[in-house]
Design a protein around this ligand. Structure first.
Ligand code: SAH
Ligand code: SF4
Ligand code: F3S
Length: 579
């Protein structure tokens, strides 16, 4: 940064601090006139690295920017404001960020008003934030994971002072509610249930970059999920570094099982959660997962290593045997439950025998999917200070052996799927071929199949015909038109106009007096027709008119006619939607 004002810099020792009881605050961002004027007609872009937590942060950053008046673009060349949202979990995640920042030098040179901001976990590390300040004069704003809610005021300072601004807070963290947000997907949503992490696994930087573990109030989570259901979302993923320790900071018995059950009851078609730490995974949670069909039977259960000794050095607080017992408990209750994991290879001083224990564990569990990583030392963590006698070459060789064993498990599960039919939530046309749709099964397996694009966002039945290991090829096992009509019917039965119509029809049919009058009217109408040209005609006409008037005064008749009109309007609206 060339000229810059430093409000605060990250401090890893402060970030270690833990106190109980986070404050619940509400978003109070102020959008200055200067910011609103600046944002008029300008376009923003957020580039996100890292986990789903960062993806959710992107949605909140976008919320602030759109409230200020910026509009979204995906074109890097014409963006007026770019925010790079970084991840610090491994060195390769950080390396990507430098390249990304470098790309925007051209924008900064061409336009003096161009703003490049950098935020996210990497900014919470002292050395990384300082390196960016020194190396990249065209960065105009640096902020951290704890002060996203200050974005409007930080941008105002950049615009009005024409100086770069650095503000990274290192503190245990609060919970901020009512955050603005622009969701990236119209059918699948992430909902934070807790922030931060208190586990301090010895290799991991997350507890330092994200602060102490703090749960969101249950009511706020439920409100957010209820709104998503009303907006037609098909899938919610509850997010936290450790979802199963949700509520521990409340000290009132509220647990993750409580959140899971309350959200499942809202009727979202698919409910997922991530990540579950094996250490505080309760059997009560398993009972809730088993009880609700809309909770996906798919558990991400990072093991990290198959060796009890390595797990102890990692500070994971479970043994190989305890982990395997948990897997057994899951499979006893839910034999078809998918289990996925994260594994680190080459932790300091990992022996060949210890590594082989990871291989045998993978052979035993047969994971549906596994994310495998080579250990990457993170400055400030205890493991980074451990002397390490394992060469890079050995680590890479072990990594390749692990990938093969993991793949055998993946293929084992994929092969079982061929010939069977699964529910697939359609993401839309696949990236490679517009005539092919892609989506995910309950177990999070990617399925590609030919189908019409209007199925996007629907859950459809797909029969698996080919096993491609990491993805499957399938064919639709139901008529796509029926899918849409079925959905329309489901929507119709929930509409107030339809519910009123049914009630009015019921009252109409069960009003004996009204039914008697209707029968009389029919008889009177026939008599009137027969009397045409005779002397009785006028008398019959009067009788008919009198009965008709009595019917038209009947409240059940009036209601039924008006409910029928409302239903016709609703059909017109639905027709327009279907067209
Ligand atoms: N809270 C989650 C995961 C957070 S980070 C959990 O505990 O499961 C995602 C994954 O990155 C971890 O599960 C771990 O496998 C990996 N990881 C974290 N720190 C790492 C490091 N220093 N080197 C290599 N992989 C790491
Ligand atoms: Fe990192 Fe461990 Fe916390 Fe997961 S549980 S975020 S691996 S410290
Ligand atoms: Fe990366 Fe931060 Fe997530 S370090 S994995 S973005 S919590």
């Amino acid at each position: 940064m060339s000229r810059c004002r430093i409000i605060s810099l990250p401090d890893l020792s402060k970030a270690r601090n833990r106190q109980d009881g986070a404050s619940i605050k509400y978003d109070e961002a102020v959008y200055s006139d200067a910011l609103r004027r600046f944002a008029q007609g300008k376009k923003y872009l957020v580039k996100t690295f890292g986990c789903q937590g960062n993806v959710r942060d992107e949605e909140i950053i976008s919320g602030y920017l759109e409230k200020a008046g910026f509009s979204k673009t995906s074109d890097e060349k014409t963006a007026d404001l770019v925010i790079v949202n970084t991840c610090a979990v491994r060195e390769n995640a950080e390396d990507k960020v430098y390249g990304e920042i470098g790309k925007f030098k051209a924008n900064a040179t061409a336009d003096k008003d161009f703003i490049l901001g950098v935020c996210g976990c990497m900014m919470q590390e002292e050395a990384k934030a300082e390196k960016l300040i020194k190396t990249y004069p065209f960065i105009k704003l640096i902020f951290g994971t704890h002060n996203i809610a200050d974005l409007p005021s930080l941008l105002d300072q950049v615009i009005t002072t024409r100086q770069g601004v650095v503000d990274v807070i290192s503190y245990p963290g609060d919970v901020i509610e009512n955050l603005p947000s622009i969701r990236l997907d119209p059918y699948k949503a992430f909902v934070n249930i807790s922030y931060g992490c208190d586990k301090f696994c010895t290799y991991c930087i997350v507890p330092y970059t994200r602060g102490r573990e703090r749960s969101r109030p249950l009511q706020s989570i439920i409100e957010e999920c209820r709104n998503l259901v009303a907006e037609g979302y098909q899938e919610i993923t509850l997010l936290g570094q450790n979802v199963n320790s949700y509520g521990k900071d409340f000290h009132d018995g509220t647990s993750f099982a409580t959140v899971l059950e309350e959200v499942a009851k809202l009727g979202i078609p698919r409910l997922r959660f991530t990540t579950s730490h094996p250490w505080d995974f309760s059997l009560e949670m398993l009972d809730v997962i088993a009880k609700y069909p809309n909770i996906m039977k798919c558990i991400h259960l990072p093991v990290q290593s198959g060796s009890t000794e390595v797990l102890r050095k990692m500070g994971r607080r479970y043994t190989r045997e305890q982990y395997l017992d948990l897997v057994k408990a899951i499979r006893e209750r839910m034999p078809d439950c998918a289990i996925t994991t994260d594994i680190i290879v080459g932790f300091p001083n990992e022996t060949e025998e210890q590594f082989e224990e990871t291989l045998t564990l993978c052979e035993e569990v047969k994971y549906d999917a596994a994310f495998t990583f080579i250990y990457s030392p993170r400055v400030g963590t205890p493991a980074a200070k451990m002397a390490d006698n394992v060469s890079d070459e050995t680590k890479h060789e072990r990594f390749n052996r692990l990938v093969k064993v993991v793949e055998a498990g993946v293929v084992y599960h994929s092969a079982e799927m061929v010939g069977k039919t699964y529910d697939v939530l359609v993401d839309g046309p696949s990236k490679k071929n517009a005539a092919i749709l892609s989506g995910y099964t309950e177990s999070n397996k990617l399925v590609n199949f030919p189908g019409p694009s209007y199925l996007k966002g629907h859950i459809v039945k797909v029969r698996i015909i080919e096993n491609h290991a990491y993805s499957m090829l399938g064919e639709l096992n139901e008529n796509p038109v029926d899918v849409i009509l079925g959905k329309a019917k489901e929507k119709l039965t929930q509409e107030p106009a339809y519910i009123n119509y049914l009630a009015a029809k019921e009252a109409f049919a069960s009003d004996a007096e009204l039914q008697r009058l209707l029968a009389e009217k029919e008889a009177a109408q026939k008599a009137l027709a027969l009397s045409l040209g005779s002397n009785d005609y006028e008398a019959k006409k009067a009788t008919f008119a009198k009965i008709s008037a009595s019917i038209e005064e009947n409240p059940h008749y009036i209601n039924f006619i008006s409910a029928s009109d409302d239903l016709r309007d609703l059909f017109e609206e639905m027709k327009a939607i279907l067209q």
